[in-house]
Design a protein around this ligand. Structure first.
Ligand code: KG4
Ligand code: ZN
Length: 361
C-alpha cells in the first residue's frame, strides 16, 4: 500500500474542455486556490443535449477569459506557474482540441511544463483535493483503491494504483448511468442535464411504487447495463401518459423508482468488485457521484462491511478544472512531461488498462 498522494509544490493550472464546461482551476500542493467555470448548460438546454460543434465554438469564446479569471483569483502570474495540465482524452474531439491547443500555446509562451490527463482519471483523483480550509475527502487515503467512476459518458469500476494509473475492472455494456438518467429525464420533459432534476423530484417520491429491472441480474461479473431500465422506464411513461395518469405524484414516484434502480445496480456491482478485488477503500467520482442517494447508499454498504467510502466532495463531482489541475500536479511531481509541440487530443479510449502516465500522441 502506498500512502497519500504527493503534489507539485508550485501552482498548477488545470484546463478542462472535454464536454460542455469551460473549466479552469489552480491547485497548489493539493489545495484548490482558484476555480472558474463558464458553463454551456443554458446554451445546450434548448437542444436537449450537448451539440458538439456548438460546444467547441463556445469553448473558443470562453477559454482565455476563464484562464485569466483563475489566474486573478489565485493571484498568480502565468509565467510563475509550476505547470499546466489539460484534459486531452476522452471527450468531444473539437471541444478537447480547444483546451489542448490553449494549454500547448500557454506552455510555450510561459515556458511552463505541460502534462496531459485522462478525464476519468482526473475525476477519480479529485478525491485527493483539499479546499483552502483544508476540507477534502482523501485524508489518510491509501492506494490502491477501488473507484466507481460515474458520469454522463462513462460508468466504470477501476483499480486506482496511483496518479492516472488505473486498471479497468468492469464497465457498463451500453449506456452510462448519467446518460440513462438524462435520456429518461428527456422523456419526462425535464431540462438537460436531467440527473439533478430527477434527484430533486425523487426526493418527494415513493421509490417502491414502480417496479423497474436491475441491469445484469443473474450475472455475477462486474459488467453493468442500463438499457433495459431505460426501456422499462419508457414503457411506464407511455402507459401512464395513455391513461392520463402521468400527474405530479406519478412523476415524482417514477423519478424515485428510476433513480433507485440505477443506484441499486451501481451499489451491488461496486460491492461485488470490492469483495473480489479485496480493495476496501471505495471512491465515488464523476457527475453522478453528486447524487445523494448513491453517496448515502454506497457509504452504508461500505461502512456495514467495515470498508472506507470516499465520495468526491460535491463541488468537484461534475466536470471542473480542479480535478485536472490536481491530477496534473501529482503527475508533474512524478516527473511526467509532455512535448508541447507534439501533444494531441484523443476522442475515445482504447479498451485496455488506462495509464494516464503514458503519452497519447
Ligand atoms: O462528469 P460529468 O459532469 O460530465 C461527463 O463527464 O459526462 O457528468 C455529467 C452527468 C450527467 O449525466 C448528469 O445528469 C449527471 O452527471 N449528474 C447527476 C447529478 N448531477 C449531475 N446525476 C444524478 N444526480 C445528480 N445530482
Ligand atoms: Zn466528467
Amino acid at each position: 500500500m502506498t500512502p497519500s498522494p504527493t503534489f507539485c509544490r508550485g501552482p498548477v493550472l488545470g484546463i478542462e474542455t472535454s464536454c460542455d464546461e469551460t473549466a479552469v482551476a489552480i491547485v497548489q500542493d493539493g489545495v484548490v486556490t482558484a476555480q472558474q467555470v463558464s458553463s454551456q448548460v443554458p446554451i445546450h438546454r434548448r437542444f436537449g443535449g450537448v451539440v458538439p460543434e456548438v460546444a467547441s465554438r463556445n469553448h473558443l469564446l470562453s477559454i482565455l477569459p476563464v484562464v485569466q479569471a483563475a489566474l486573478a483569483e489565485a493571484d498568480v502570474a502565468g509565467p510563475d506557474l509550476a505547470g499546466i495540465a489539460v484534459t486531452n482524452r476522452p471527450g468531444l474531439i473539437g471541444a478537447l482540441l480547444v483546451g489542448v491547443q490553449t494549454a500547448k500555446t500557454l506552455a510555450l509562451l510561459w515556458d511552463t511544463p505541460l502534462v496531459a490527463v485522462d478525464h476519468i482519471a482526473a475525476h477519480c483523483w479529485a478525491v485527493t483535493l483539499r479546499d483552502v480550509k483544508g476540507a477534502g475527502a482523501g485524508a489518510g487515503m491509501c492506494l490502491p483503491a477501488l473507484a466507481l467512476a460515474v458520469s454522463g459518458g462513462h460508468t466504470s469500476l477501476l483499480k486506482l494504483n496511483g496518479p492516472g494509473d488505473m486498471e479497468l475492472l468492469g464497465a457498463t455494456l451500453d449506456d452510462a448511468a448519467g446518460e440513462a438518467l438524462d435520456k429518461f429525464g428527456k422523456l419526462l420533459g425535464l431540462p438537460y442535464p436531467a440527473g439533478p432534476e430527477i434527484e430533486r423530484l425523487a426526493r418527494g417520491g415513493d421509490r417502491h411504487r414502480f417496479e423497474l429491472p436491475l441491469g445484469m441480474r443473474g450475472r455475477d461479473d462486474l459488467a453493468m447495463s442500463f438499457s433495459g431500465l431505460k426501456t422499462a422506464g419508457r414503457r411506464i411513461v407511455d402507459t401512464l401518459t395513455a391513461a392520463g395518469d402521468l400527474d405530479a405524484t406519478a412523476r415524482r414516484d417514477l423519478c424515485a423508482s428510476y433513480q433507485n434502480a440505477c443506484v441499486r445496480q451501481l451499489v451491488a456491482v461496486t460491492v461485488r468488485a470490492a469483495e473480489r478485488s479485496g480493495l476496501h477503500e471505495v471512491i465515488i467520482a464523476g457527475g453522478v457521484a453528486a447524487n445523494q442517494q448513491l453517496r448515502v447508499d454506497l457509504e452504508q454498504a461500505c461502512v456495514s462491511r467495515g470498508w472506507r467510502c470516499r465520495p468526491v466532495p460535491l463541488r468537484w463531482c461534475t466536470d471542473n478544472g480542479a480535478m485536472v489541475a490536481g491530477l496534473g500536479s501529482s503527475l508533474l511531481a512524478a516527473g511526467v512531461r509532455e512535448d508541447p509541440l507534439a501533444l494531441d487530443a484523443l476522442a475515445t479510449l482504447k479498451r485496455r488498462p488506462i495509464r494516464a502516465t503514458e503519452s497519447v500522441r
